[in-house]
Write a protein that binds this ligand. Structure first.
Ligand code: MCN
Length: 791
């Protein structure tokens, strides 16, 4: 597409350029990569939730054909590397026991690495790992976030005898208690936000190639943030200089938060390569990833809402236990605190808010961010409470919401618990969604069907989330150890084409398309002449990667900044050639010209070619045409929206049929509406998965019952309804594109939309809440535990 055919590419729903290779199987994944002398690693993992390692006998494994080496945790411990994975979010008074890349004396979750075998083939390595004989003394395990805080709970780490990683609160407990005392109506909920296994299409993998001659390590890794991984490998685990490490993210097959973290596995594989001076590859199986990649959500919460007589929400409070698993992963302490408690008030102006969160260690896989990270939990809680409050006050849930919304003229809005929402129009979003579903007609139909013994439910959710987090200076105050800026280099090549190197690292979000749209608009260069490069620490500027839906608002803004710097240098060259001063030169659609003299004009690609010959540049100017920019956002951005689920529940079987799903999202200016829609679809599908199907379960010994897709139900395509999307546009006021993030919106809004709908359907049975996943059994049981068993 050429820019002269249209005014602006930002806002255009052009097709994603990355899809052809992904859809035709020509994408290159870590496990597709081959190296000369390649070997393969198999990691032996703890079968127990908690146990003492009494002995490891590796003799049989070492003697097997084609085995190059067998290493234990003690070998690593003896090797004088830092060997301590630490969280990146240091809450005050955080308890943080060390996390070694392989256990030495105690294992603390099923799946924790204990030994590694390097063999000629993956199968030979696995066979040899199976031949390692480990003698364990199995110990009682701490399982469940609130049970782990009991006085007599088994202790996960000796140095933290109450299993409490942190005890955090926000808001005003006393004023909130007063609001509850004087309230007309109150409602409460006890809920479990179940543990989720983020199931990317491809399990994790790494290929490490260490060259002892140069001391350089190249690591192909399923990572969302190659630079962050490089830093953590250098400083936390391997101890080799960061400048000697190159991390490359090929196609990673989806991340969804789960590929942010520095796992023991890639450090083990790299360390093996360093010992053997040979490339070593490791590919997790699905079951291995279910056990050993981070899980998510895993809260137990008591929540309450207080209303005045007229339906004004006067207070909300929550007491949450958040499961941290056995070790603190990179964002773990931030997810159930700042990303949860600070968003608890949702779209409402609530004068009294209090939220306490205790993060507990348990003998389970570490828990950290998964699509939405804290905001799904916050939205679920407040939106369930609003529905319960409406039921208590005898109000329509729509009217209760409408009455309590923050109004457009109140932005920027201080939500009282640490956040300043940038812009919003929640009622417009609600009205758009209600019109799309024809709410009045639906309520009439619901009443008619109830007469026939059929149970239709309508679930409404308004969400606001915080993404594109920054600025860096406030991240420091909140405990972050990293800045939250993003970077890019925009470079004209000598022939006039453009390559933009970005610090973000997308895997399916369409960055190659949307960032090229931005560059095309900024430089006035044809879209086909622009390439986007991400995901390689040797090629791209230092970046922070993708999470918290930051690539559009933060990464896209960095692309704008570096493009504009390029234009300014090009303007000086144009002025020199047109023999005027730079301020007399205008720039539009890729052409520099002089006002009132249209024939005196020169295109930016021509200027780029001149910049590289260097023949005719202003005195003292360096040749070349490129610029680097780091963009640090002024604030988070706050996307919002209204989602409506319409379900029918069969009380005989407990089956839930999602008949309609309407998503109205406001993500500010849309760079590419097609990409935005795709992101909403993906998020809603994952949220419906959480609402109806998914849930990780451990038994009391810390044994993971849901270790494969045979017993962990990720929805198939035919279990996801048609998703009807629409949008409103309220630009972000503080970034140059007006963009808010979209990647997590669908996963945030959809679980409470579905649960609100099911509970609405079952109102005649007196059902007020059902914990996710709403399996037929859970729904049937809820009906029968209320008055439903008697009808
Ligand atoms: N975009 C847009 N207009 C906007 C906002 C964004 O066109 N107003 C575009 C962006 O340019 C980008 C895409 O939408 O191409 C998503 O942008 P953004 O919301 O900024 O999110 P990120 O690119 O930073 O991706 C992260 C987000 C998160 S946190 C998870 S988890 C997630 C998700 O996106 N993981 C994904 N979506 C995913 N989609 C796929 N296919 N795979 C994953 O692993």
């Amino acid at each position: 597409m050429s820019t002269d055919e249209r005014e602006s590419l930002v806002g255009s729903p052009i097709e994603r350029r990355e899809d052809m290779s992904l859809l035709t199987g020509s994408g290159e994944y870590t496990n597709d990569i081959d190296r000369r002398n390649l070997t393969h690693a198999a990691i032996l993992r703890s079968p127990h939730g908690r146990a003492r390692i009494e002995d490891i006998d590796t003799a049989t494994a070492e003697a097997m054909d084609s085995v190059h080496a067998v290493y234990t945790g003690q070998d690593v411990a003896d090797s004088d590397i830092p060997n301590n994975i630490q969280t990146g979010w240091k809450l005050p008074e955080l308890e943080e026991p060390p996390q070694r890349i392989m256990a030495t004396d105690t294992v603390r979750y099923q799946g924790e690495p204990v030994a590694v075998v390097v063999g000629d083939t993956p199968a030979q390595a696995v066979d040899a790992a199976t031949a390692i004989d480990v003698t364990y003394e199995q110990l009682p395990a701490a399982v469940g976030p609130s049970e782990a805080a009991d006085d007599d709970a088994p202790v996960v780490h000796d140095e933290v005898d109450d299993n409490l990683a942190f005890d955090w609160e926000i808001g005003d407990e006393a004023s909130t208690a007063e609001a509850f005392e004087s309230a007309e109506y109150t409602a409460s909920i006890d809920l479990t936000q179940q543990r989720i296994v983020p199931s990317a299409m491809e399990p994790r993998a790494s290929l490490a190639d260490y060259d002892s001659a140069t001391g350089e390590l190249t690591l192909w890794l399923t990572t969302q943030n190659p630079h962050l991984h490089r830093t953590l490998l250098a400083t936390q685990t391997l101890g080799i200089p960061e400048s000697k490490i190159r991390v490359i993210a090929p196609e990673v097959g989806g991340g969804f938060g789960n590929k942010i973290y520095h796992y023991p596995d890639e450090a083990i594989v790299s360390w093996c390569s360093m010992q053997l001076d040979r490339p070593v590859k490791w590919q997790a199986t699905r079951s291995e990833d279910n056990h050993a990649a981070c899980h998510s959500r895993a809260h137990e919460t008591q929540g309450e809402i207080a209303l005045a007589e007229d339906g004004t929400i006067v207070g909300i409070r929550a007491d949450t236990y958040a499961d941290m698993g056995a070790y603190l992963q990179f964002f773990a302490p931030a997810v159930p605190t700042f990303m949860y408690g600070c968003l608890f008030p949702g779209q409402y102006g609530i004068p009294n808010v209090h939220c306490r969160v205790r993060g507990t260690f348990t003998n389970t896989a570490p828990v950290d961010a998964y699509r939405g990270a804290g905001r799904p939990e916050a939205t679920f809680l407040v939106e369930r409470l609003v529905d319960l409050g409406a039921r208590e006050a005898g109000m329509d849930p729509v009217e209760l919401r409408r009455q309590n919304y923050i109004q457009p003229e109140e932005f920027p809005f201080d939500n009282g618990v640490g956040l300043t929402y940038d812009s919003g129009d929640y009622e417009h979003s609600l009205d758009t969604a209600l019109e799309k579903v024809d709410y009045e007609e639906l309520r009439e139909r619901q009443a008619e069907l109830r007469e026939e013994g059929r149970y239709l439910g309508i679930g409404i959710v308004g969400y606001v989330e915080a993404c594109g987090i920054g600025p860096s200076r406030t991240a420091d105050e909140l405990g972050s150890t990293i800045g939250l800026w993003e970077s890019s280099v925009v470079r004209f090549n000598s022939s006039g084409t453009v390559t933009a190197f970005c610090g973000t690292s997308g895997h399916g979000q369409g960055h190659e398309t949307t960032f090229a749209q931005i560059v095309s608009d900024e430089l006035g260069v044809d879209y086909e002449d622009i390439e986007i490069v991400e995901g390689d620490t040797d090629q791209t500027p230092e970046g922070r990667g993708y999470y918290g839906s930051r690539s559009g608002p933060v990464g896209g803004s960095a692309v704008v900044s570096s493009s504009r710097k390029v234009v300014e240098k090009a303007r000086q060259i144009a002025a020199h050639q047109l023999e005027v001063t730079p301020k007399d030169v205008e720039f539009e659609d890729g052409t520099f010209s002089i006002a009132g003299a249209p024939s005196r004009a020169v295109g930016i690609q021509e200027i780029a070619r001149e910049a590289y010959t260097g023949f005719n540049l202003p005195d003292g100017m360096e040749p070349g045409l490129e610029a680097t920019a780091f963009y640090d956002p002024e604030n988070y951005t706050y996307p919002f929206g209204t989602h409506v689920a319409v379900v029918e529940v069969d009380p005989e079987s407990g089956e839930v049929d999602v008949q309609r799903y309407v998503a109205v999202d406001d993500v500010g200016t849309q760079i590419n509406p097609r990409v935005v829609e795709g992101q909403v679809h993906g998020g809603v599908a994952q949220g419906i998965g959480q609402a109806l199907y998914e849930g990780a379960e451990y038994d009391e010994t810390g044994n993971l019952r849901t270790d494969s897709f045979e017993n962990y139900a990720v929805p198939a395509a035919d279990q996801i309804p048609t998703i009807e999307t629409d949008s409103t546009v309220t630009p972000c006021p503080h970034n140059p594109l007006g963009v808010k993030g979209v990647g997590e919106a669908g996963a945030i809004a959809s679980p409470p939309a579905v649960v609100n709908a099911v509970v609405d359907a079952l109102e005649p049975f007196g059902v007020s809440h059902i914990d996710m996943p709403l399996t037929p059994e859970a729904v049937w049981t809820a009906i029968h535990e209320s008055n439903g068993g008697d009808d």
